[in-house]
Ligand binder design. Structure first.
Ligand SMILES: Cc1cc2nc3c(=O)[nH]c(=O)nc-3n(C[C@H](O)[C@H](O)[C@H](O)COP(=O)(O)O)c2cc1C
Length: 355
């Protein structure tokens, strides 16, 4: 309620500017232990039923911050205090780059969605490595890596391997991002013949768990092929999904005028959930599935858990939902787990698909 009024004021400011301001306020509020600790005690998941061990790491709760919000890992101590069970920082690329010209982020208020073509603006893998080495986070921190824009597609594997060499030892897990619509040609790397050498190079460079993040615009057959490849190469899991390039069914007028970019939030929810169920049926016993795309509340979160996700993420839901977003979902999930007689979160994973 209070956030709804605050959001109205925040939404008067250009989206990227307000993102910078809010992120600065969140970092300031959690910079010192005197504020960070009480915030964490209030917001962080504490019900043991929410805890799980996924690829050997302990997560106090399954709701994480999705990639793109904290591209350079400047808030690694912020996310635990804000109630997230973990955070995925990045996308970073091997070389620093400015991203696309502004404006490059827009709101679609009537869809509770966002539209962006940021283009991997980031300070580079080396800078992120320094950030991660400097701070000890309270929650697992995944690192999402992408291809530097100027690196030609045929040298993509070397580019991803370079980021892996720098960041693998510092990350809780690594995500190979081949699904952003905003780096020309990047999504073409999802084709298995292009993806295989990239994933193999990353795997060869690190012992840290490696996942691949895929687009909601893939066909079912492409999803199956990537899932099989991920199993074959011994990946830890799949993150599904990134933003969509589809403009179908939007309520907000004038989206075509924004130009190229990806849409997040509720418009991507149905395909994201559908792909999760498909992946779980195909490889759910062999890969960890992280579900992201249009998760707004505990009902959505419960649907994704029971459809096969071991972990969840959100970006747009957090922007529209405010600082209590992760806590509200964790509290709602805990209630559903207790009501359903589940002893642990892991017991609920995939139950709606298996039956
Ligand atoms: C402004 C913005 C920037 C994003 N940047 C990245 C990014 O750098 N890397 C990435 O893998 N995903 C990025 N994403 C995609 C999100 O991580 C997520 O996959 C997508 O938004 C769907 O989740 P949501 O509906 O909860 O927002 C970005 C999303 C938004 C809205």
């Amino acid at each position: 309620m209070i956030y709804r009024a605050l959001r109205r004021a925040l939404f008067l400011v250009a989206p990227e500017r307000i993102h910078t301001w809010v992120f600065a306020v969140l970092r300031a509020a959690t910079a010192l232990a005197v504020t960070r600790r009480p915030l964490g005690r209030w917001l962080a998941p504490r019900d043991p039923v929410l805890a799980s061990t996924v690829f050997g790491l302990r997560f106090a709760g399954p709701v994480g911050l999705a990639a793109g919000f904290d591209k350079d890992g400047r808030g690694v101590r912020t996310w635990g205090a804000l109630g997230f069970g973990y955070a995925e920082v990045g996308t970073v690329t091997a070389q620093a780059q400015p991203g696309n010209p502004k404006p490059r982020m827009f709101r679609l208020p009537e869809d509770r969605a966002l539209f962006n073509r940021m283009g991997f603006n980031n300070h580079g893998a080396g800078e992120l490595a320094i950030q991660l080495a400097r701070h000890t986070p309270e929650v697992p921190i995944g690192v999402n890596i992408g291809k530097t824009k100027v690196t030609p597609a045929e040298h993509a594997a070397t580019d991803y391997a370079e980021s892996t060499r720098l960041l693998g030892p510092l990350a809780s897990y690594l995500v190979v991002n081949v699904s952003s619509p905003n780096t020309p040609g990047l999504r073409g790397l999802q084709a298995v013949e292009s993806l295989r050498p990239i994933l193999a190079a990353v795997r060869a460079e690190t012992t840290t768990p490696v996942l691949v993040k895929i687009a909601p615009d893939l066909s079912d057959q492409e999803v199956d092929e990537i899932a099989d490849l991920a199993v074959e190469l011994g990946l830890a899991g799949i993150v599904a999904t990134n933003t969509t390039v589809s403009r179908d069914g939007l309520a907000t007028p004038g989206v075509d005028e924004f130009g190229v970019g990806g849409i997040s939030g509720p418009p991507v929810a149905r395909r994201s959930a559908e792909m999760l169920r498909r992946l779980y049926r195909r490889v759910g016993d062999r890969l960890v599935l992280i579900s992201v795309g249009g998760i707004e509340d505990a009902d959505d979160a419960w649907d994704r858990i029971t459809s096969g996700a071991s972990l969840l993420q959100g970006y747009t839901g957090f922007v529209y939902g405010g600082g209590l977003w992760a806590k509200r979902i964790h509290d709602g999930l805990a209630r559903r787990l207790h009501d359903g007689g589940f002893a642990t979160l892991a017991d609920a994973v995939g139950t709606a698909v298996r039956d």
